[in-house]
Design a protein around this ligand. Structure first.
Ligand SMILES: *[C@@H]1O[C@H](CO)[C@@H](O)[C@H](O)[C@H]1NC(C)=O
Ligand SMILES: *[C@@H]1O[C@H](CO)[C@@H](O)[C@H](O)[C@H]1NC(C)=O
Ligand SMILES: *[C@@H]1O[C@H](CO)[C@@H](O)[C@H](O)[C@H]1NC(C)=O
Ligand SMILES: *[C@@H]1O[C@H](CO)[C@@H](O)[C@H](O)[C@H]1NC(C)=O
Ligand SMILES: *[C@@H]1O[C@H](CO)[C@@H](O)[C@H](O)[C@H]1NC(C)=O
Ligand SMILES: *[C@@H]1O[C@H](CO)[C@@H](O)[C@H](O)[C@H]1NC(C)=O
Ligand SMILES: *[C@@H]1O[C@H](CO)[C@@H](O)[C@H](O)[C@H]1NC(C)=O
Ligand SMILES: *[C@@H]1O[C@H](CO)[C@@H](O)[C@H](O)[C@H]1NC(C)=O
Ligand SMILES: *[C@@H]1O[C@H](CO)[C@@H](O)[C@H](O)[C@H]1NC(C)=O
Length: 340
C-alpha cells in the first residue's frame, strides 16, 4: 500500500461542521449536555499539537491562528484555520449569550498524565471532547503520526470506561443519548484512494466505497452501542478531486445513514452538506478580505467560509442539511429510545 499519510496531510480536507451545542454543566434548560467531535483537520482544535511535542505539525505556527482571539498575543492554536474553525463557529452560534463558552477541548489536552490513559473527567463533562486530528483517515492507520479514526474511537472508549467508574449506566445513557456526536472524516481517504487507484478509479471504486462505508458504519454502530443517539455528519468536499467521485461517495454516505437509522432504534442524524456549501460559495464569492477568502491555505477554509457553512448547516434548508438540520437534531428530544 502506498503511504497516504504525507499525501493526506497535503489534502487535509475542507469544511468542518460542528455544531457545538455545548453547555456548562450548571445550565438548567440545556438540551445538549455535551458534544463529542471526531474527524480530521476540518475539526481538529489542537490534538495534533500534542503529537511529537507539536514540533513537527504543519500548522503549529503563525500565520495559522492569526485571527484567533487571544489575550496574550497571537499564536497558533493547532487549528487549520486563520481563526475559529467549524467546531468553534457553530458552538458560538448556539451560545451567543454565553461569551465564555469555548468549543470542546482537544482530547489530548485533558490527559492528566502522559503515561496513563486517564483524562480530566470533570473538565470533559463540562461540554464534551474533541478527538479530531488533522490528516486522520478511516481506512488507513497513519503510523501513529496523527490520530486515526480507529484510535479516536479507542480514546472515546477510554473516556466511557472512566465515566463508568463514577456514574451509573442510566446516568451515562442520559448524558450520551442527549449529547451530539459530530463527525467529519473521509476526505483524506478519498484523496488517498484517488492517488492509489489512478487512473483506474472506476474499476476500484466499488470495493473502496464499500470498505469506506462499512468502516464508517461500524464506528457509528460502536458509538451507538456506547450510548450515542444524535449524529451530525459532514459529507465529502470536492476540493482538488474529481467531483463525480465525491458525489458518488456522498450518495453512499446518505444510503449508509439511512440504513443505520432504520435499524438502530432512536438513532437520529443530520448530514451537513459541505459539498453544497462549497459549491454555493464558489458560485457567489461575495466581497472578500482576508477574513473572507474562501481558503486559508491550499485546502482549508477560512473562518469566514466556515461561518457560511455554520449558518447553512445549522439552520438551513434540506439542500444543506438533511433529513433535518443541525438545529433540529439538537432540539429533537422526542422518543430517544431508552436503553432500559
Ligand atoms: C508507515 O511507515 C513505514 C515505514 O516508515 C512506511 O513504509 C509506510 O509507508 C508508512 N505508512 C503510512 C500509511 O504512512
Ligand atoms: C505531556 O507531554 C507533552 C509533550 O509531549 C507536554 O507538553 C505536556 O506538558 C505533558 N503533560 C503532562 C501532564 O505531563
Ligand atoms: C517531520 O516529519 C517529516 C515527514 O513526516 C519527517 O521526514 C521528519 O523526519 C520529521 N521531523 C522530525 C523532527 O520529527
Ligand atoms: C506561542 O507558542 C510558542 C510555542 O508553543 C511559545 O513559545 C510562545 O511563547 C507562544 N507565544 C504567545 C504569545 O503565547
Ligand atoms: C480538572 O479540570 C477542572 C476544571 O474543570 C480543574 O478544576 C481540575 O483541577 C482539573 N483536575 C486535574 C487533575 O487536572
Ligand atoms: C479496506 O481498506 C484498507 C486500506 O486500504 C485495506 O487495508 C483493507 O484491506 C480494506 N478492507 C477491505 C475489506 O477491502
Ligand atoms: C461498568 O461498571 C459496572 C459497574 O461497576 C461494571 O459491572 C461493568 O463491568 C463496567 N463495564 C465495563 C465495560 O467495564
Ligand atoms: C444499505 O442497506 C442495503 C440493504 O440492507 C445494503 O444492500 C446496502 O449495502 C447498504 N448500504 C450501505 C452503504 O450501508
Ligand atoms: C432559523 O431560520 C429561520 C427561518 O429562516 C429564522 O426565522 C430563525 O431566526 C433562524 N434561527 C436561528 C437560531 O438562526
Amino acid at each position: 500500500m502506498a503511504a497516504p499519510l504525507q499525501y493526506s496531510l497535503l489534502l487535509l480536507p475542507f469544511l468542518c461542521l460542528f455544531l457545538a451545542l455545548a453547555f456548562s454543566s450548571g445550565e438548567a434548560d440545556r438540551k445538549v449536555p455535551a458534544i463529542f467531535i471526531f474527524g480530521d483537520s476540518s475539526a481538529d482544535v489542537g490534538n495534533n499539537k500534542y503529537l511529537s511535542g507539536g514540533k513537527n505539525i504543519t500548522n503549529n505556527f503563525l500565520p495559522y491562528g492569526i485571527d484567533y482571539p487571544s489575550t496574550n498575543g497571537r499564536n497558533a492554536t493547532g487549528r487549520y484555520s486563520n481563526g475559529y474553525n467549524g467546531a468553534d463557529v457553530l458552538a458560538h452560534k448556539h451560545t451567543n449569550h454565553k461569551p465564555k463558552y469555548r468549543s470542546p477541548p482537544p482530547y489530548l489536552s485533558l490527559k492528566i498524565d502522559n503515561h496513563t490513559k486517564e483524562i480530566n473527567i470533570t473538565q470533559a463533562k463540562k461540554n464534551g471532547i474533541n478527538f479530531a486530528s488533522g490528516g486522520s483517515t478511516l481506512l488507513w492507520e497513519s503510523n501513529c503520526s496523527v490520530i486515526s479514526m480507529t484510535q479516536q474511537m479507542e480514546d472515546f472508549r477510554n473516556f466511557w470506561l472512566q465515566l463508568n467508574e463514577t456514574m451509573s449506566s442510566q446516568q451515562i445513557d442520559q448524558l450520551l443519548s442527549k449529547s451530539l456526536f459530530f463527525i467529519s472524516i473521509g476526505d483524506n481517504d478519498i484523496g488517498a484512494f484517488l492517488h492509489e487507484a489512478f487512473p483506474n478509479y472506476d474499476i476500484k471504486f466499488p470495493s473502496f466505497i464499500s470498505n469506506l462505508t462499512a468502516t464508517y458504519g461500524n464506528h457509528l454502530k460502536d458509538l451507538y452501542k456506547l450510548g450515542g443517539r444524535k449524529f451530525g455528519i459532514a459529507n465529502f468536499v470536492p476540493i482538488g478531486y474529481i467531483p463525480k467521485v465525491k458525489e458518488r461517495c456522498n450518495h453512499e454516505l446518505e444510503v449508509l445513514m439511512n440504513n443505520l437509522s432504520s435499524t438502530l432504534p432512536g438513532m437520529k442524524y443530520s448530514i451537513g452538506s459541505s459539498y453544497d456549501v462549497f459549491m454555493k460559495i464558489i458560485d457567489n464569492p461575495g466581497a472578500l478580505d482576508r477574513r473572507q477568502y474562501l481558503f486559508w491555505d491550499d485546502v482549508h477554509p477560512t473562518e469566514a467560509t466556515t461561518r457560511v457553512f455554520g449558518d447553512l448547516v445549522y439552520n438551513g434548508s434540506t439542500e444543506y442539511a438533511s433529513p433535518i438540520n443541525f438545529k433540529e437534531l439538537a432540539e429533537d428530544d422526542n422518543d430517544l429510545i431508552s436503553m432500559y
